[in-house]
Design a protein around this ligand. Structure first.
Ligand SMILES: [Zn+2]
Length: 274
């Protein structure tokens, strides 16, 4: 057991806003490391001490306990399609940041949504040939189940914003002082290390001069350069609720209009660029 020196570490510097973060509690991660958690006095995020155990817990981009990854991708697909349809023009460029295997990118491309993938750690299986490159810019960047994994959130957010997106979609559960037994801390995997609060999302929005919108009880954040009209906001609030999203998921499964054409187009693109 590696013990943290709690007495010497009653506070740390917040890795998002740089303010003082105060010791909250400790937990045993992957039954091996005793780790301190801190809550920022300014942005109210909860974060672990600077993580030193990540090499040990990332043997693959997915953890074996994450049995929901495929069904979550189907839910993310419905959310992105709804946001794309309501907020963006049809030819908008999207980036799935931290997109792992590329399953979401492939499914979006199947539906004619011009999406690329970036992931520093995952292995792109389904969207090969549609990776992000340095100079590419996007209308919308989506990041699902990424933010809670960030070792250096301010740097990563800077990287995302360097893509000049008009809209950023962040799927992560927000810290609302749920306590040390909150399921989202996932101590069994040791991979969740930063937990944004609502105030932290507002902080990011103000740092980048964007508007902050919250959906699904805070688990879906949308940052936008534009002001979303009250009518669009109302429609999004309704569609993004679980029962409506389930209907959209079914519709996306059965209505594959244009899928073959889009797949053919991608295949031709790949053959041409081989
Ligand atoms: Zn902070």
């Amino acid at each position: 057991m590696e013990d943290s020196k709690i007495s010497q570490e009653s506070m740390t510097e917040c890795r998002l806003c740089g303010h003082k973060a105060i010791y909250a509690f400790s937990k045993s991660l992957v039954s091996e490391f005793s780790v301190n958690y801190y809550e920022c006095e300014n942005c109210q995020s909860l974060q672990t001490e600077v993580p030193h155990w990540l090499d040990k817990v990332y043997s693959d981009c997915l953890d074996k306990y994450d049995v929901m990854s495929v069904s979550r991708t189907s839910e993310s697909l419905a959310m992105v399609v709804a946001l794309w349809k309501i907020l963006l023009p049809n030819n908008a460029k999207l980036l799935d940041f931290g997109g792992g295997s590329g399953l979401l990118v492939r499914q979006l491309r199947d539906r004619g949504i011009n999406t690329r993938l970036s992931d520093k750690y995952g292995t792109n299986i389904f969207a090969q040939g549609f990776e992000d490159s340095e100079k590419m810019e996007y209308d919308m960047v989506v990041c699902f189940e990424v933010f809670e994994h960030l070792s250096h959130p301010s740097k990563t957010i800077q990287d995302i914003m360097s893509k000049n997106p008009k809209t950023v979609v962040i799927g992560t559960c927000l810290w609302k002082k749920q306590g040390q037994n909150w399921f989202y801390l996932c101590p069994e995997t040791g991979q969740h290390i930063f937990f944004f609060s609502e105030k932290a999302m507002e902080y990011i929005a103000s740092e980048y001069n964007m508007n902050y919108y919250s959906f699904r009880r805070g688990s879906l954040t949308v940052l936008s350069n534009d002001t979303i009209s009250p009518l669009k906001l109302l429609v999004l609030k309704i569609i993004l609720k679980r029962p409506f999203l389930k209907i959209l998921r079914v519709l996306l499964l059965i209505a594959d209009i244009g899928t073959e054409k889009n797949q053919r187009k991608d295949r031709e693109f790949l053959l041409k660029n081989d």
